[in-house]
Ligand binder design. Structure first.
Ligand code: CTP
Ligand code: MG
Length: 235
């Protein structure tokens, strides 16, 4: 079964602060998106990568991909994204040609995921899971609160889920293509990951071990960590 990857890269990166769209920010001198594309193309199973670019940045992303060395066995497509991550992923799925039975969805904001994690996700889909997420145990205890009406006000704690049963979920998430397409066609409402949509179809999602280096670059401190990880790899 051939594998395609959809990379949503159309976000602004508001939490990272002012500047270029997050996916185009440099990491070790190379745009974050290029790192993310290379991380996917590093898997021998991946034959197509669809990059979902900022709505007005598709041409710029296309020339970026042309300017950087990428494996010959992989094809690339660029499509403009939408207002939400969910919408961007849907636009990427709509652009997928026939012939790819497994689809991964990977955040451009997770540029440093190791290829072993990518391969483990693909392997679990090949073994028959309709949806697979890489996941890690949590370091912090998590509390559910009643959100304050005014930001900064104390918030009553409602519950403390058992930490040992919680996981922080990363990308790439892997799917049987038909299942992911159906999820994006039928599930509405706010979701923060694609596997959550498959759960809403009533299907079982499985978790495989994630990786520390698959963390999402979200806030300025994450850029410091990403630069340090890259520097360590280059030693
Ligand atoms: N994304 C997208 N289209 C959107 C919003 C987000 O393709 N309309 C992508 C981002 O480019 C990123 C991934 O979804 O690769 C994960 O989203 P997140 O980390 O939240 O990135 P941003 O939405 O860009 O950041 P922020 O929420 O801080 O603005
Ligand atoms: Mg966002």
């Amino acid at each position: 079964a051939r594998t395609a990857v959809v990379i949503p890269a159309a976000g602004r990166g508001v939490r990272l602060g002012p500047g270029a769209p997050k996916a185009l920010r440099a990491l070790g001198g190379t745009p974050m998106l290029i790192h993310a594309v290379r991380a996917m193309a590093a898997s021998r199973a991946v034959s197509l990568v669809v990059v979902v670019a900022p709505p007005d940045g598709a041409a710029e992303v296309k020339s970026l991909l042309d300017a950087h060395a990428l494996p010959e066995r992989t094809d690339f497509l660029v499509v403009p994204g939408g207002q939400s991550r969910q919408e961007s992923v849907k636009l990427g799925l709509d652009a997928l040609p026939q012939g790819h039975d497994i689809v991964l969805v990977h955040d451009a904001a997770r540029p440093l995921v190791p290829v072993d994690t990518v391969d483990a996700v693909i392997e679990a889909v090949r073994d028959g899971a309709p949806a697979v997420v890489p996941a890690l145990p949590l370091a912090d205890t998590v509390k559910q609160v009643e959100p304050a009406r005014t930001p900064g006000e104390p918030e009553p704690v409602v519950a403390t889920p058992e930490r040992a049963r919680l996981r922080a979920v990363q990308t790439p998430q892997g799917f049987d293509r038909a299942t992911l397409v159906r999820a994006h066609e039928t599930v509405t409402g706010d979701v923060t990951d694609d596997a959550g949509m498959v759960e809403q179809l009533g299907l079982t999602v499985v978790a495989v071990p994630g990786h520390e280096e698959a963390f999402k670059v979200t806030r300025p401190l994450d850029l410091v960590l990403a630069e340090a990880v890259l520097a360590r790899r280059r030693l």
